[in-house]
Every structure is written in C-alpha cells, then in structure tokens.
Design a binder for this molecule. Structure first.
Ligand SMILES: [Zn+2]
Length: 215
C-alpha cells in the first residue's frame, strides 16, 4: 500500500499488517486520542465513509478513524514504549477490556467533573469520540451534565456498557448508531421530549441530551 496523504501530511506508510490493533494518535484542533483496529475481511468502506473517517485499506484489511488530521500507525511493541501513548485508558474494543474496572475508573474520576466531560478524556477510556459519548449517556438515560460524584456504580457501568455497544455496533455496521446526536430539532425517540444542544467542557464539545428522559 502506498503512502496515504491528507493535505500535506503523510498519515500512513506502506507496511501496516492486517488483523492487528494499532494504537494511534490523532492531532488537530478538537480531536485527541484514539485507537485504530484493522480487521480482516471488513466490507464497510462505502458506508464507513459516510461518517467521514480516514479509511486505510489493504487487500485484507480496513482500518478507519473518525476525525483527526494526522494518523500515525505504530506497531504494538512500539506503542508500549511510546510515552505519549501510555496515557491512553482501556479500550472497549480490545478483548481484554474489563467493563467493571472501567466503571470503577469512571467513578474514581474528578468528582466535580460531568460524565460528559469525563468521557472526553482518553486517559479514562480510550476511543470514545463525540457521537459515542452522547449516545452512551442517552441509552441508559443519564444526563451528560451529571457530576461524577453523583453517579452510582450501576449508572457508571451502564454508561460504559452503552459506550462499548455503540463502538462495537459502529465497527460492525460501518456507521454510528445515532438516536439523538445531531437531532436537536426532532423530538426524543424515547420519550418525545425536547433534545437540547450545548457546548460542554473546556473545549466546548457539542453535546446533545434529552431534557425529558436523561437524569
Ligand atoms: Zn427523552
């Protein structure tokens, strides 16, 4: 596979092997950290392109990333020694992911932070982009504005499980399952309530939530 470029930036070079998981760092004005999975025999290039990712394809594998300006692929051994990648939290798409431990990490986060802000922090849980964090709060009916210190163990676990489900479903379908993201003009699909939108956190990430059924 030849080098793939995005603008003037080289984002990938020849020789990444299929069916491995790569740690990747993306940089840009709003994106942060992520993980790239290259899966053999994935046939989602067309639909995956609808959520505007960088898609890398070889004869047997597809790796995709939503958002980001620069994509760097490194081997697993190199990633283990890369100080910048050591900051990544556990990745829900890895087989060794422990949802209970991840929920405990959520509860141990800054108590005054909101769950919406916490999910933005890739050192907490890796790979959660904006759509995923919005839907991960919506599915269990938890407001993204709830404080970490106010969450129960059960609620933290539900958010982790919902984020995992959205990530896995995105991988399978090649598109993100969205119920409220980008739909502030439509009624809530669950309760018919009003979907609100507002910036959240230091980087003012666009945040959607239902004022009727998310508490
Ligand atoms: Zn609702």
């Amino acid at each position: 596979m030849p080098s793939i470029t995005s603008g003037s930036d080289t984002i990938a070079r020849e020789g990444f092997a299929p069916s491995h998981t790569y740690s990747a760092r993306s940089s840009g004005p709003i994106t942060s950290w992520g993980t790239i999975h290259a899966e053999p025999d994935v046939h989602t290039i067309g639909s995956a392109a609808t959520w505007n990712p960088i898609v890398l394809a070889s004869g047997r594998a597809v790796a995709s990333q939503s958002g980001g300006k620069i994509l760097r692929l490194v081997s697993a051994s190199r990633a283990r020694n890369d100080p910048s990648l050591l900051q990544l939290g556990p990745d829900p798409l890895r087989p060794e992911f422990d949802p209970e431990a991840a929920a405990a990490r959520v509860l141990a986060y800054t108590p005054s932070a909101t769950i919406g802000e916490a999910l933005n922090d890739q050192s907490l849980i890796a790979g959660i982009g904006n759509v995923i964090r919005i839907e991960a709060c919506f599915l269990p009916g938890i407001s993204p504005w709830r404080r970490i210190g106010d969450l129960t163990e059960e609620e933290a676990r539900k958010v982790v499980d919902a984020a995992t489900w959205v990530m896995e479903t995105s991988m399978k379908r090649g598109s993100r399952p969205k119920q409220i993201y980008g739909r502030s003009r439509a009624p809530c699909p669950r309760c018919g309530g009003r979907i609100r939108v507002h910036g959240q956190g230091d980087d003012n990430r666009v945040t959607f939530w239902c004022e009727g059924c998310q508490r």
